[in-house]
Design a protein around this ligand. Structure first.
Ligand code: NDP
Ligand code: 2IT
Length: 453
């Protein structure tokens, strides 16, 4: 069936109008769906089964959302109230899987966009995982360990009834790391009297997987290596910008250093450090201690090493070959994209989820910048989470070499799928289309097999 661009655009506009009507004010969710539907609509229009079974409508409607109050007591004995959610988006190809985010900017819209993207990301890994996301508007910054513990325990008192190793397996995300996952696991175990792989990213002494901590950052850099090889290039001698200074950013820098690139920036919500000499292994050890142990600000790096610090700024004004946005959604907009293009940036690899705005993405597409979307490039984290589930089910632990080998294999396979579904006539690769279509095909097939559920 021949369908022209105008017909596709009209169908996209009509679909988005309906989605916006059904989900008013959920801007992040609208954005994630729009980026996706632009690429899958032509395929859906050519397949009458999609319309007959309302596949696009069903894929953009979460299976369920649980919303609940979390009451906890702060160190002064005052009651505090937060809101928490678990968005169980789609379990067609496996139990729900996806992280929990604790950050004051968390809303239902943010968690719906994250849960939606998680479905396709998880499908790309080749592992049996459906898509979900959860979290709370709780702000862990400035809270004592005991406050974080009490909040997390209170949250789990409700969440435990909605999750389980065969139902829904949460993990970490922004503001949820080893400490929070440890408390969550402890509380779940107490409430259910069961020691199971109900969470991933667990500590190594209670069922966690080696390389899970490093997996998202490492995986993004492995993906970037394939992307560069595809155009006959590599990391050696390249300068890279990394944003954020949390879990994903730190291990992206570690792997970029190992593979011969020089990273010159890191950031947090306070600003950006620019170290033109490069953030080498010794300086990165300082960042790990600063962020993972002392929970300090990135400006302290500039004090320590005497480099530049741009308050309230993001890294995208600095000249470099590569950009790895690894902080949060919409941290790279149209103007940032133009600046990167003007400065000769050749590739963007998303370590974060949806860090680039839709307008920014279109700037990169028009300029021919190689662009790896988060749902492909940052899938290494959830992939190793899937491997953690496998190890828990088998009651064994693989060594780091084995997990890293599997991670490399999965990232290579995701890259192959993107090329298979996204190769353009001129031989370049549209990774956004490729990732969306590969994930869509797999989930659509499973949904069609299951009937109208
Ligand atoms: P962390 O909490 O470890 O680090 C987040 C970093 O981003 C911090 O430097 C933080 O700065 C910064 N940041 C967060 N929110 C904002 C904001 N609104 N404005 C400016 N800076 C902000 O989280 P992760 O490293 O785990 O996650 C980073 C990104 O990667 C997220 O998009 C997440 O969804 C994605 N991701 C994470 C995976 C994982 O396995 N952890 C897997 C796949 C994707 P500050 O401390 O000042 O807030
Ligand atoms: O966005 C993500 O993929 C994650 N935060 C990791 C999810 C997981 O289940 O490991």
């Amino acid at each position: 069936m021949v369908i022209n661009d105008q017909e596709v655009q009209e169908a996209v506009d009509q679909f988005m109008a309906g989605l916006k009507r059904r989900n008013p004010g959920e801007h992040e969710f609208h954005q994630a769906v729009e980026e996706w539907v632009e690429t899958v609509m032509p395929v859906a229009m050519r397949n009458p089964e999609c319309d007959r079974n309302q596949i696009l409508e069903r894929m953009t409607e979460p299976d369920r959302i649980v919303i609940f109050r979390v009451t906890w007591e702060d160190d002064d004995g005052h009651a505090r109230v937060n809101r928490a959610w678990r968005v169980q988006f789609n379990n067609s190809i496996g139990p729900y899987k996806g992280g929990m985010r604790f950050h004051p900017t968390v809303t239902q819209s943010v968690l719906k966009f994250l849960g939606f993207e998680q479905c396709f990301k998880n499908a790309l890994t080749g592992l049996p995982m459906g898509g979900a996301k959860g979290g709370s508007n709780f702000n862990p910054k400035g809270k004592s360990d005991r406050e974080v513990m009490r909040f997390t325990q209170s949250l789990m008192k409700e969440l435990h009834r909605h999750i389980g190793e065969h139902t829904d397996v949460p993990a970490g995300d922004i503001g949820v790391g080893a400490r929070e996952l440890g408390y969550m696991f402890g509380e779940y175990k107490r409430l259910e009297n069961e020691f199971t792989g109900v969470l991933t990213g667990k500590g190594l002494t209670f069922g966690g997987s080696l390389v899970r901590t490093e997996a998202t950052g490492y995986g993004a850099v492995y993906f970037g290596r394939h992307l560069l090889e595809q155009v006959g290039d590599g990391y050696d001698g390249k300068t890279a910008l990394v944003s954020g200074s949390g879990n994903v950013a730190i291990y992206a820098v570690e792997k970029l250093n190992e593979l011969g690139a020089k990273v010159v920036t890191l950031s947090d919500s306070g600003g950006t450090i620019y170290d033109k000499d490069g953030i080498d292994a010794e300086k990165l050890a300082f960042v790990k201690d600063l962020k993972e142990v002392r929970r300090g600000r990135i400006s302290e790096y500039a004090d320590e090493y005497g480099c530049e610090y741009f308050e309230d700024a993001r890294p995208w004004g600095v000249q470099a070959d590569l950009a790895f946005p690894c902080a949060t959604q919409n941290e790279l907009d149209e103007d940032d994209a133009k600046q990167l293009v003007d400065n000769g940036c050749m590739a963007v690899v998303e370590g974060a989820n949806m860090p680039t705005t839709l307008a920014g993405l279109h700037v990169f597409e028009q300029a021919g910048v190689h662009f790896a979307p988060g749902k492909a490039a940052n899938a290494g984290g959830v992939a190793v989470s899937g491997l953690e589930q496998s190890q828990n089910s088998l009651r064994i632990s693989w060594d780091a070499e084995e997990v890293d080998k599997r991670l490399k294999g999965i990232m290579s396979d995701i890259h192959d799928q993107c090329v298979h579904y996204g190769e353009r006539d001129d031989g370049t690769v549209d990774y956004v289309s490729g990732a969306n279509l590969a994930g869509f095909n797999k989930i659509a097939q499973a949904m069609l097999s299951h009937g109208l559920v």
